[in-house]
Design a protein around this ligand. Structure first.
Ligand code: NAP
Length: 300
């Protein structure tokens, strides 16, 4: 199949690229600048240079492809990421329909749509899913919570916090329940979706074998790295204050931290059984996923 891989320079896209090439697919990758294009060109792929906000770039990228992975995410960009992501998704859905794309596979955030207090980040991810699924080209929207992998932005924050802080103040939102997924499991879902039959627009919630709080994730990482840390629960750290504190101890900016932490107050776990009905995957536990990410970091 000839497949368009958007977001190929990102965390998920770069791992998916390797897997799809090993399966013999022909890939077209979208790169926003010449430096990224040069890096991608080290692989046997066609590279289209340009921004997904540009219709002509999207048309050139989609034209002649059978299917596409939609992994574009503007959270780390300047400006209003919601407006950006909405505009790109609308153009993508329209052009995918015009070019008769047979399937679109998108990775969204895991959230309960009926939650009244949904963070801007999660609401935006779900909005992009609704736009893509309403297009003529059928779209599977995978909804996932934190992806545990060495280079995932959320897991990088876990690592930095654990290594840099001997004493951790743990705000209330660290007790929110979530269901993280190992990066290798996500890649398997994405690969299997390419051959899923019948393929029609739908939401598939995916998560690891077990649920955990963000506190549990920090503790498991510290245990596996033999880091002795004192964790003190505090009732007063608001997400906004926490984001400044995150920016101090991690390389991420306060703005990215705020956008991420804002989403951590919403419980994120799998409610439907569609993933186990449609896919032959036994997801890893949180502990196994963290062990894999540590091993990958050490190998790097
Ligand atoms: N990582 C997680 O823990 C996690 C959890 C749940 C769901 N997801 C979902 O998984 C998907 C991929 O996430 P990720 O962690 O791989 O994200 P990422 O590392 O931030 O990558 C985002 C990608 O989007 C590209 N992009 C952004 N704006 C663009 C534009 N205007 N035109 C073209 N490309 C653009 C970026 O290109 P540049 O390299 O040029 O910036 C980058 O390749 C997202 O939909 C995200 O919501 C991720």
């Amino acid at each position: 199949m000839r497949i368009l891989l958007t977001g190929a320079t990102g965390f998920v896209g770069s791992q998916l690229l390797r897997e799809l090439l090993s399966l013999g697919h022909k890939l077209v990758c979208l790169a926003r600048n010449d430096a990224c294009a040069k890096r991608l060109s080290a692989n046997p792929v066609d590279v289209i240079v340009g921004d997904a906000r540009d219709d002509s770039v999207l048309t050139k990228a989609i034209s002649g492809c059978d299917a596409a992975y939609y992994l574009i995410h503007s959270m780390a960009s300047d400006g209003d990421f919601r407006d950006n992501d909405r505009a790109i998704a609308e153009n993508f859905a329209r052009i995918a329909g015009e070019e008769n794309l047979q399937r679109v596979i998108y990775v969204s955030g895991l959230a309960n749509e009926d939650e009244p207090n949904l963070s801007k980040h999660l609401a935006s991810r779900l909005e992009v899913g609704r736009i893509l699924r309403s297009g003529k080209a059928p779209c599977i929207e995978f909804r996932a919570a934190m992806i545990i992998g060495n280079e995932s932005i959320s897991f990088r924050m876990v690592k930095h916090l654990c290594h840099r802080l001997p004493i951790m103040l743990c705000p209330k939102w660290l007790s929110t329940v979530t269901q993280p997924l190992a990066a290798s499991d996500l890649i398997q879902y994405l690969v299997q979706a390419m051959t899923l039959k019948p393929f029609h627009s739908q939401v598939v919630e995916i998560g690891g074998r077990d649920q955990a709080t963000y506190n549990d994730i920090l503790r498991t990482y510290c245990d596996q790295m033999n880091l002795k840390r004192i964790m003190i629960p505090v009732p007063f750290l608001t997400p906004k204050l926490s984001s400044y504190w995150l920016a101090l101890v991690t390389p991420e900016t306060a703005e990215v931290g705020r956008r991420m932490i804002d989403g951590l107050r919403n419980p994120t776990f799998v409610r439907s059984d569609s993933a186990s009905r449609l896919f032959d995957i036994q997801p890893k536990s949180v502990s196994e996923a963290i062990a894999d990410a540590i091993a990958e970091n050490e190998a790097d």
